[in-house]
Design a protein around this ligand. Structure first.
Ligand code: HEM
Length: 436
């Protein structure tokens, strides 16, 4: 008979609170007590969730294509992304969409979007306060929203873009509110009015704006990702109808906006507390070099993984650490633990981009984008966006931290986010950078 790995004996309520309020100390205490694999029990889940951190176990998990979605994803995302979202489909339906949607996200295609990111940064930086503290995270959010609206949705009409940005901003803000999430769980569990109902008018409004964009691209395809979705064909023929394209646009927005903004906020938090790294990066950016910039992004995503879990529900048994986990078990890499293994990363808690100068990160020991057949579709896009935005900001502004203490990890929706929004003080660059 198979037995799950041991885990904390505390009741599920306590484990859930520790995970929600102090995720890093919870994970570290599990690592100390149980090692590479352990089982946690969260409130609202019928069965334990097994967490893994050894690269071999993670490879074993991610290389089986047939495993299903992790629990809870549909409940949380369906109202926004819609039923045909890539994030929610499984099996052949998922694979067919993935094949259709992958080409515009291919690494080589990313150069085409660099100027959109540069322009979005330039516009936002203009409005930054000078010489007084402000949180950089919200600015990263408006930059990444602007980039998605232009590169993915391809909205060129300024008035329509402003309307969409305003409404999407409101939708994203309300769905990330903890109060709303609790409300949804409570109404599902005990009945009563659905708190998401009041978002329906907003969603209808957004859908109408998106429908106009989709209709225009059907007549006149352009360079944006929406155009490639409109013209793409499934392998067996046929295309995505307007309703499905709407679902995929909302999926790309939801999956790609907050994540990339948070990755950037963490990168600044790390850079500002490591002046030698920042100095080297600024010098390399000024010289037009990209190698160190790539290493900084990789190291930042290692030490501050934005998405903590990317799990699967097993479709077949999985053997890990002497345990045989049966089909139906929920299993996830604990990305923080995988990224801070001393056997893979000497001085694992040090911010040292140099570790990635000689060799690229190892596939299953560096998993900020998950892995296998559900690996992040926008990984190349996100890395490009982070590189270009970092370089452009450092060319335009000198940044100083507001406090000496590093940001605490706070959970925000499905992400690990800097609790204070990464507060900085900015000044215009002097003679070295372009006019700010
Ligand atoms: C730093 C930024 C980002 C991080 C850390 C991140 C992380 C992730 C992770 C962990 C997953 C789940 C992978 C798995 O289960 O194996 C995922 C899925 C996904 N991401 Fe990202 N992501 C980022 C940016 C983006 C961007 C910019 C886009 C698109 C514009 C995007 C689109 C997607 C999509 C569509 C999926 C679902 C893939 C599928 O189910 O097949 N992501 N991402």
């Amino acid at each position: 008979m198979s037995v799950l790995p041991p885990g904390p004996p505390e009741p599920p309520l306590l484990q859930t609170l520790r995970w929600l309020l102090r995720p890093i100390s919870f994970l570290e205490s599990c690592r100390r007590r149980f090692g590479d694999a352990f089982s946690v029990r969260f409130l609202g889940f019928q069965t334990p969730m097994v967490m893994l951190s050894h690269p071999d176990a993670i490879r074993a998990l991610y290389t089986v294509r047939e495993h299903g979605l992790p629990p809870g994803r549909t409940v949380a995302l369906l109202p926004i992304v819609g039923p045909r979202s890539l994030l929610l489909l499984e099996g052949r339906e998922h694979l067919a969409r993935r094949r259709l949607m992958l080409p515009p996200f291919h690494g080589e295609r990313m150069r085409a979007y660099e100027s959109i990111v540069r322009d979005a940064v330039a516009r936002d930086v203009e409005g930054w306060p000078v010489g007084r503290p402000f949180a950089i995270h919200p600015h990263m959010q408006s930059i990444t929203l602007d980039v998605i609206l232009r590169a993915v949705f391809g909205v060129t009409d300024p008035a329509r873009r402003a309307r969409l940005a305003e409404r999407l901003g409101r939708l994203l803000a309300s769905t990330s509110s903890v109060g709303l999430q609790f409300g949804v769980l409570l109404s599902r569990r005990f009945g009563g009015p659905d708190p998401l109902a009041r978002l329906q008018a907003l969603t209808r409004d957004i859908d109408a704006l998106l429908a106009e964009e989709i209709a225009e691209r059907r007549v006149d395809p352009r360079e944006d990702i929406l155009s490639t979705l409109v013209t793409a064909r499934f392998e067996g023929g046929g295309d995505m109808d307007d309703g499905e394209i709407r679902d995929q646009l909302m999926t790309l927005l939801l999956a790609g906006h907050e994540t990339t903004a948070t990755g950037l906020a963490w990168t600044f938090d790390l850079l500002l507390r490591h002046p030698p790294v920042l100095d080297r990066l600024v010098a390399e950016v000024d010289a037009g070099e990209e190698t160190y910039l790539r290493a900084v992004v990789a190291e930042s995503l290692r030490l501050r993984p934005v998405v903590p879990l990317a799990g699967r529900r097993l479709s077949s048994e999985l053997r890990v650490n002497g345990h045989v986990l049966p089909p139906g078990t929920d299993v996830t890499p604990a990305i923080w633990l995988a990224h801070t293994r001393a056997d893979r990363y000497p001085e694992p808690f040090a911010f040292r981009p140099e570790r990635f100068l000689e060799s690229a990160p190892a596939t299953y020991a560096w998993i900020p984008f998950g892995g296998g057949v559900r690996r992040c579709l926008g990984a190349a896009f996100a890395e490009m966006e982070m590189r270009v935005a970092l370089a452009e900001i450092l060319r335009r502004r000198v940044l100083c931290p507001v406090s000496t203490a590093a940001e605490r990890v706070a959970r925000r929706n499905v992400t690990f986010s800097p609790s204070g929004g990464t507060r900085v003080i900015a000044a215009a660059r002097g003679a070295r950078g372009p006019a700010a």
